[in-house]
Ligand binder design. Structure first.
Ligand code: MG
Length: 338
């Protein structure tokens, strides 16, 4: 198997603001894994908070010698080698995992979800994300998002109620909110949880920083809404310690190292009776379609990262009437458009 890669900047349609920062593009790396005339596609997307860069991903990928593997079906062996090549580097690892699943699916001539025996009708609606902004811009964005059945609203600055009131003056759609660790105090967080419940919000993602587990556990125990971990969870090893602290977890391929790791996290979280959401970074349809293959297994999906950019060079998963429609193209379900 021959691995090649090239950097790619994902141009955001709107400047994206969350509680911690704003940005206009997201650095990414597109990779190809070639074997006997077939090409598996993968992608690493690197939002700044995860600390990976195009340089760090290139450095990690350059270290790998995948030509030593003659059988791509030995996914466990290959990914164990990739995992042990260096610590961290989860977006880089995810790109290899994705390309390998794409390649194996192409060799079997089936999309991954079929190989796993999943029912695509069980995929949920996807939420569409609206960043923190002025009431005027929020109003425009809610109107642009008319075809989505669920909106995910970024909160965590001092305009939370204004934003929710603005949205509720336009639509009665179900909402979920992502605080990105922006709330500071557990009592205020609990007051907001009750207020948001009255506003028909379904759950709250990462309300506060995850370093005070006692406060989060208290909030989860007392909150009328489920509390979902995002920044507080990264890999498979983080799942068990969060049982009893959060109601559920948001899994992202770029955080956990890819589809195989994500699958294991979903199974473990289910066994622990925790809710599961699958989310994403801004990315092309390559990484989004890879994540979509797992959506029949989750409660909620937030796979809109490809819709937030204006230079997607893949086509794959579609959103039809707000619902995820997994692509039937073999592998992770993508075609390159350029
Ligand atoms: Mg989040």
């Amino acid at each position: 198997m021959k691995l090649t890669f090239k950097p790619y900047n994902l141009q955001l349609k709107h400047t994206f603001t969350i509680a911690s920062n704003s940005r206009e593009y997201t650095p990414a790396m597109l990779i190809e894994l070639e074997y006997e005339g077939l090409v598996g596609y993968g992608e690493a997307s690197m939002p700044p908070y995860l600390k990976e860069t195009q340089e760090s991903v290139a450095k990690f990928l350059s270290k790998l010698d995948l030509e030593q593997f003659e059988n791509p079906f030995l996914i466990d062996d290959i990914l164990e080698y990739v995992e042990n090549a260096d610590k961290g580097n989860y977006a880089a690892k995810a790109s290899v995992d994705m390309a390998l699943h794409d390649l194996v699916g192409k060799l079997m001539n089936q999309p991954c979800y079929k190989i796993w025996g999943l029912n695509p009708d069980n995929s949920p609606n996807t939420s569409f994300t609206i960043g923190i902004d002025t009431p005027k811009v929020i109003t425009e964005k809610v109107k642009e998002a008319s075809k989505y059945k669920i909106l995910k609203i970024k909160l965590g600055k001092n305009t939370d109620k204004e934003i929710i009131e603005t949205i509720r003056s336009i639509t009665n759609k179900p909402l979920c909110v992502d605080i990105n660790q922006g709330w500071k105090d557990k009592y205020e967080a609990l007051d907001m949880a009750y207020w948001l419940k009255e506003k028909q919000v379904m759950f709250i993602e990462q309300p506060m920083r995850g370093n005070n587990l006692d406060d989060i556990a208290w909030l989860t125990e007392n909150s009328p809404l489920p509390i979902i971990a995002d920044e507080s969870i990264q890999t498979l090893n983080d799942v068990l310690p969060l049982k009893g602290i959060y109601s559920g977890i948001n899994i992202k391929l770029m955080k956990c190292g890819g589809m195989r790791a994500a699958y294991k996290m979903i199974i473990l979280a289910r066994a622990l009776d925790m809710k599961v959401m699958i989310g994403c970074m801004t990315a092309t349809s390559c990484a989004i379609s890879a994540a979509s293959q797992l959506t029949p297994l989750v409660d909620w999906a937030d796979l809109d990262g490809n819709l937030l950019i204006n230079n997607d060079i893949f086509s794959g998963m579609k959103i039809i009437d707000g619902k995820i429609k997994i692509s039937n193209i073999p592998g992770i379900g993508v075609e390159k458009c350029l």
